[in-house]
Write a new protein. Sequence first.
Length: 162
Amino acid sequence: MLGLVVLYGLVLRPARPLLTHGLALPAFHAAAVERPGAFDVVVRRSGLSVEIYRAGDDADRAFASWTAPPGLLFLLPGLFLVGLRPRRPYWAVLLACHVALGGAQVALVAAGIAWSDAVFEAYRFSQTYATEAVGLGVPVLLYVLATRDGLREDSGEGSIGT
């Protein structure tokens, strides 16, 4: 478990601002060319998230914001998965799911900036529900798979119940 915490602290946490500046920000700026002046894209001081403001709206409230994965919704379930099966890299599957979801969310925000405000609703849905579903649902699915594999290993048979 300590290895995952060290990996998160030394590699993944410092990589999050790199994702923001290397992936999200260029995508958002490139998308802003399609509708010039419609949105302002601002990176928060931490470098972990980007806020999108609608030009001419209240400057105190962001229209949308994107946060770089993986965060606590990766680390805590990842520790659970390491505790469950220390020799199997289930945490890497969870990490891949978080990174893929973060990339899909970048695409949704960029599409919203470039084409239509309605796409932001799809992004908000993914931000609200899909992020938590990945953070909480994928570990449960992996737990079920690990338990099933554990039953197979314990019984020495090819399938459960035979």
